[in-house]
Design a protein around this ligand. Structure first.
Ligand code: HEM
Ligand code: NAG
Ligand code: NAG
Length: 525
């Protein structure tokens, strides 16, 4: 019979072994793997800064990012956006079209070559998975919808969601989009009128609200006030999550987000509120159909999803159930709101600083619409506006990069990318590469899109604001429509002038944004 001492000793040995195993595993991931991947890439001529234990280049990048003055010059946009993607400005000029760097212990191959990007993200997409490091960050804000899923679950959700984003389904939403713009536009009209015809307004908070309201009205319909609250909470969460990952502790303490620091607790509180608002909206609609108050779930996005969903809340089940409605509403809310807000924001800046394009765009809007409300049939005829939006997304793509991890070795022409590598598609850097765009790559010139994307650049993947491969943005048409509605409504009413108080300093939290807001002078027409 074992004595209690023997039992205790056995436990001690077991505990020590478990700890030792964990330590070894960690060292393997934090030392062996980075150096192994570095060696394989170095042999193939891919270079980069040296691996720094645990932190990689995080500290260097944050310091570089913080070294820039508050206000950067406007005009040359082919500078690898150093305040947004410091890694590109630091290493592309030094190492060429591909380089290796570390985000914490995560080894990343940065690619500014559209052909390699096509081979990897489109032709070899089956050998990729989403980056766990990245999903741990972004998943806190967007939840677990389509964006995060892969494999069969992704394919079945994507099939279910696709019909809601077909051109025909979207046409019915233009009216709600237009309604979403009216509140801020009226506010601006009043402010401008009271100030005697022209006024300086920080349009950032207003465009955020406008974009949120457009989505609330199309997606949430009758519950649009819940949508508003969700938008505000998600913005808070995004800000705090991104402050968290600037802290080196995040990168070395496993489970850092579970430590009850003030900020961690705040993020959790906001998340809990988002969840309860989503539950209220979903339960509310189901309740009113069940008790006969309503005959259907409604024809907005939430209603359409609810009609298609099966009962049950199983996130892992293959079918499109209530958990899928929940998570995809949370995802679209964030994915659809900040992107559109941020593009319209930089679009306004570009129009204010390029009066010749502003004039031409206004002329087109007035020819197509006069002073009528924007409607679905007018949108395809706003061609110049489409070019201006594309040129804005080229220079200020809300998602400046897209990352995936290889699940097996991938051979791309003469380059062998080993399993376990994170591949970072350097979208904003490819958008700024003169090899694809020509000598005027640093200028804002919507004219380059006169013959569409094919006429603007020399490689189809050199312009990828909506991503590339099967996970291409589901809401790209939806977003383009919203952007046209916003820009057209604005151009009908105001002349935009640059403000001397604007400080150009784009940053990245989960999408590009101006660090110090976006004051623009609006003058009534
Ligand atoms: C107009 C601005 C927008 C831009 C620039 C944009 C950009 C992107 C990008 C780059 C991706 C791919 C991410 C990746 O591969 O990791 C993506 C995915 C996605 N976007 Fe958008 N987006 C926009 C608007 C919208 C809107 C308005 C919605 C919905 C209402 C939306 C919903 C989605 C969804 C659901 C996915 C995931 C697709 C999948 O994984 O299959 N987006 N978006
Ligand atoms: C703008 O970009 C989108 C997405 O890549 C494309 O479908 C559209 O044709 C482009 N429009 C113009 C005018 O270039
Ligand atoms: C105007 C606007 O909505 N800007 C947003 C851009 O994206 C960041 C983060 O995703 C938001 O915090 C900004 O509010």
């Amino acid at each position: 019979m074992a004595t209690s001492v023997e039992v205790r000793n056995a436990f001690a040995v077991l505990a020590v072994s478990v700890v030792a195993l964990k330590v070894l595993q960690f060292l393997w991931r934090a030392v062996w793997e980075p150096l192994r991947l570095r060696r394989i890439m170095a042999k193939q001529g891919v270079k980069g800064p040296p691996y720094r234990f645990l932190f990689g280049q995080v500290i260097e990048q944050v310091a570089f990012q913080d070294s820039f003055p508050e206000s950067l010059p406007l005009g040359n946009y082919a500078n690898f956006s150093p305040t947004v993607t410091p890694q590109y400005a630091l290493y592309f000029p030094k190492y060429g079209k591909t380089f290796l760097y570390w985000r914490g212990i995560d080894t990343r191959l940065c690619v500014r070559d559209a052909e390699i990007a096509k081979e990897v993200f489109i032709n070899n997409h089956k050998s990729l998975k989403r980056s766990e490091v990245e999903d741990k960050i972004i998943g806190q804000v967007v939840g677990t919808g389509l964006l995060i899923h892969q494999g069969e679950k992704w394919a079945s959700e994507r099939r279910q969601l696709n019909p809601f984003f077909h051109q025909d389904a979207l046409k019915g939403m233009v009216k709600a989009m237009e309604e979403g713009t009216t509140m801020e536009i009226h506010k601006w009209e009043q402010t401008v009128a009271q100030a005697g015809g022209s006024a300086e307004i920080d349009v950032e908070p207003d465009l955020q609200k406008m974009s949120g309201r457009m989505l609330s009205l199309t997606a949430f319909g009758i519950d649009f006030d819940k949508g508003e609250q969700i938008r505000e909470l998600q913005a808070e969460i995004a800000r705090d999550v991104f402050l968290t990952i600037r802290n080196p502790a995040y990168w070395i303490i496993p489970g850092y987000r579970k430590i009850p620091t003030k900020r961690n607790r705040y993020i959790d509180q906001c998340l809990a509120k988002v969840h309860s608002l989503l539950h209220e909206a979903i339960d509310g609609r189901r309740e009113s159909v069940r008790n006969g108050e309503a005959t259907s779930y409604g024809d907005d996005l939430l209603g359409s999803m609810l009609s298609a969903a099966t009962e049950g809340w199983d996130e892992t089940a293959k079918d499109f159930n209530l958990a899928s409605v929940f998570s995809n509403t949370q995802l679209m809310y964030f994915g659809g709101q900040t992107t559109v807000a941020n593009i319209s924001l930089f679009g306004m800046l570009m129009l204010a600083t390029h009066p010749e394009w502003q004039e031409r765009a206004r002329k087109e809007v007035l020819e197509v619409l006069g002073h009528q409300k924007v409607d679905a049939s007018a949108l395809p005829r706003l061609k110049l506006l489409g070019m201006i939006i594309n040129e804005t997304m080229r220079l200020f793509p809300p998602a400046p990069s897209i990352a995936r991890e290889t699940t097996k070795d991938v051979q791309v022409k003469s380059l062998m990318i080993p399993k376990g590598m994170t591949i970072e598609f350097a979208m904003v850097a490819i958008h700024q590469d003169k090899d694809y765009w020509g000598e005027d790559v640093g200028e804002f010139n919507p004219g380059r899109f006169a013959d569409g994307v094919a006429g603007a650049c020399t490689h189809p993947q050199a312009f990828s604001p909506f991503g590339l491969g099967p996970k291409f943005c589901l809401g790209s048409n939806f977003g383009m429509m919203e952007l046209k509605v916003v820009m057209a409504s604005m151009l009908q009413r105001f002349e935009l002038l640059p403000s001397p108080n604007y400080k150009h300093h784009p940053t990245f939290t989960l999408a590009q944004r101006p660090k110090f807001g976006m004051p623009i002078i609006l003058r009534a027409l």
